[in-house]
Design a protein around this ligand. Structure first.
Ligand code: BES
Ligand code: ZN
Length: 659
């Protein structure tokens, strides 16, 4: 249930490590200033010790024909180093046409140099600022294949009438549509004036007006300081419908009612989170439903979470995604990791809070099932990860692709650690501690060490002899999972385990009265515990009873189709190809591609699907699929299910987890 870290993710990482030698010049600052490098964000060229952005004002035009964002970005700067003479910004595939600095009320041209592109970081933009101007203005245009934007033609939308575009800035893609100091260590306020064709609505991670009219000219302001990865923009045939006074849905007209029904509990979720951790501080909380090509499940853009349509399945069974993105309004957006290497401060805290919200709104059995699913996946996968990435806090210098930096470790080991603390200190004390933590660090970006120092004072030392220093060190800095990690059991899953075992032994399906009451989570657990491969007869029996092939539920699809592929059950191919080409959410389709590329015929099908789907995929998804296909080493024949395969559930395929 967590971002992309699976067989496919590991493979992608291996590919990255192998291709590291192809990279162009790595950033030199880290090596040049070892003293300052410990907490330096290795994914940015910015120099926050010299100068930081206080405010960013955008004046931009969205051009759907040229597929560009072009205009000016004006930075209000705070100079930290009075001998500094340069402003260094991050860019990726941007055209920079002019740079000016404000001096004595007038704009004067400034010298600048755009370095050759680094494959990971993009191009460093160095601006000469001998006078340390209080304001600098850059005139720029994005490239039609900006890594952080997707431009969709009308045919690729639900309504087929108007084009659509959206951004995905996390982790380091904001720099592909705005030149900026692209590190979460720096927070700033922003405003924007956006012009475009008058028939599309434009939204940003800012003060969207539910009653806004389409005029082709929009203005936004975000008065709360945010890190760059929370910059977001979307435009298309978007209409608004309210859930409550402060929450609502933006979606294409054909989707909006279904989305409002699915996410009707959003206001309740906000209220329970406020009760636990203090007021929601961002005024409105709206959801933007994106086209199925959105490469993630959700993205916590402030005031406007971006949401995949693949969780709208009609029974609210996948709405923990909303709990997750909402939780980021406290863990992540309010208190932010200083760099992706402290990713667990965002995602681990958020997964923990998500689970608390689910428990409050949907009950303990549901939150337990979700914890068990996530932890089984983590347990299956963690051993295969490089040791250096198995720790919660990742050491400086560890090779990490920014798009894959937040692994199941950050999410699920992080949440597990917090649950461990909750159990040791007691829920009441721990809730009070977390509430104080969010308050203390509100609107700041922090490191793991800052969290630990705060926790020492307000938790560990306050209730001495409750945890040992060795335990904390092991959770945060050691690979693997502590032997004393709290166990979570699910009563419902016990029933699922028995049903599965009985069916594997006797071909007797569980009684309808039982399975009719199963939620998505129980079906996921049923599928995850199956052997690596089944016989065609077994798969046909399941399909006839439960119609897995062709399912609308992506969580089921991402588990069923790989099993079908591994088992040589080609009856599923057509539906599998349709699903994989239509959906661009990496977590759902990478396990399917990963299963396909293991054999020659599978690889051929993967290539065929990719070719059809490619024009509709997001650049992030395209990159992942392409790397997987290019690196494939297929076996010549399909892996036929040997009839004598009686693998026990323990030997089952690791449930793939992906973004
Ligand atoms: N912030 C993440 C998405 C993200 C992570 C984007 C890393 C880029 C790099 C978001 O909050 C998230 O975790 N989304 C999950 C859903 C969740 C329920 C685990 C996803 O997209 O699957
Ligand atoms: Zn998240």
């Amino acid at each position: 249930m967590r971002p992309f870290r699976s067989a496919a993710g590991l493979l992608a990482m291996a590919v990255l490590a192998l291709s590291a030698c192809n990279r162009e010049t790595p950033p030199t600052e880290a090596a040049a200033t070892p003293a300052a490098s410990a907490d330096r964000d290795e994914h940015s060229y910015a120099q926050p010790d010299k100068v930081v952005t206080e405010d960013l004002a955008l004046d931009i035009a969205l051009d759907f024909d040229a597929r560009t964002i072009a205009g000016t970005a004006t930075y209000t700067l705070q100079w930290k180093d009075q001998s500094a003479t340069q402003l260094v910004l991050d860019t990726r595939a941007l055209t920079i046409s002019k740079v000016e600095g404000e001096a004595a009320g007038a704009w004067q041209p400034l010298q600048f140099a755009l370095a050759e592109a680094d494959a990971t970081l993009g191009s460093k933009l160095t601006i000469e600022t001998p006078e340390r101007n209080a304001r600098v203005r850059v005139t720029y245009a994005s490239s039609p294949d900006a890594s952080g934007l997707q431009w969709l033609t009308p045919e690729m939308t639900e309504g087929k009438q108007l084009p659509f575009m959206f951004s995905q800035s996390q982790q380091i893609h904001a720099r592909s549509w705005v030149p900026l100091q692209d590190t979460p260590a720096i927070r700033y306020t922003y405003s924007a004036r956006v012009t475009t064709r008058p028939d599309v609505m434009v939204l940003m991670s800012a003060d969207n007006d539910p009653a806004a009219q389409r005029t082709g000219e929009y203005s936004f302001s975000m008065p709360q300081r945010i890190p760059s990865y929370l910059m977001a923009i979307a435009a298309g045939d978007l209409v608004f419908k309210e859930i409550s006074g402060r929450a609502g849905v933006w979606a294409e007209p054909a989707m909006v009612d279904r989305a409002v029904a699915e996410f009707a509990d959003t206001e309740k979720m906000i209220e329970v989170t406020e009760q636990l951790y203090g007021p929601y501080r961002w005024e409105r909380y709206d959801l933007l439903i994106l086209p199925p090509s959105f490469p993630y499940g959700g993205m916590e853009n402030p005031r406007l979470s971006f949401i995949t349509p693949t969780v709208i399945v009609g029974d609210k069974s996948l709405v923990s995604l909303i709990a997750h993105e909402l939780a980021h309004s406290w863990s992540g957006n309010l208190v932010t990791f200083a760099s992706a290497k402290h990713g667990w401060l965002n995602e681990g805290f958020t997964s923990y809070v998500e689970n608390r919200i689910v428990e409050s709104v949907y009950g303990k059995e549901m939150s337990d099932m979700e914890f068990v699913i996530a932890r089984n996946a983590l347990r299956e996968n963690i051993g295969a990860m490089p040791e250096s990435t198995q720790a919660l806090a990742i050491k400086p210098g560890t090779e990490l692709d920014a798009d894959d930096a937040l692994s199941a470790v950050a999410y699920d080991k992080g949440a597990w650690f917090l649950q461990f603390l909750e159990q040791r200190f007691g829920r009441e004390n721990f809730d009070a501690f977390l509430r104080g933590y969010f308050d203390h660090f509100a609107f700041q970006s922090i490191t793991t060490e800052q969290f630990l120092a705060y926790a020492k004072e307000h938790l560990f030392d306050k209730y001495p002899d409750t945890v040992t220093d060795a335990e904390i060190q092991e959770w945060v800095y050691a690979p693997g999972l502590p032997s004393y990690a709290p166990q979570v059991m699910s009563r419902n899953f016990g029933i699922v385990d028995s049903a599965r075992l009985a069916w594997l032994g006797s071909a007797q399906l569980p009684p309808r009265q039982i399975t009719d009451a199963w939620s998505t989570q129980e079906w996921l657990h049923f599928l995850e515990g199956l052997p690596q491969t089944l016989t065609s007869e077994q798969l046909t029996q399941l399909d006839e009873a439960y119609a897995f092939t062709g399912t609308d539920n992506g969580e089921i699809a991402m588990r069923w189709y790989p099993l079908a592929v591994r088992s040589g059950y080609t009856q599923a191919n057509e539906a599998l190809a349709e699903f994989t080409a239509r959906v661009g959410r990496r977590k759902l389709i990478m396990p399917i591609y990963t299963a396909l590329v293991q054999t020659e015929p599978g690889l051929a099908l993967a290539k065929q699907i990719f070719e059809t789907a490619r024009p509709g995929y997001h650049p992030i998804t395209t990159g992942s699929v392409e790397a997987l296909i290019n690196d494939a080493r297929p076996a010549p024949a399909p892996a036929q299910a040997p009839a004598e395969d009686t693998a026990a559930p323990e030997d089952a395929a690791p449930p793939a987890t992906a973004n």
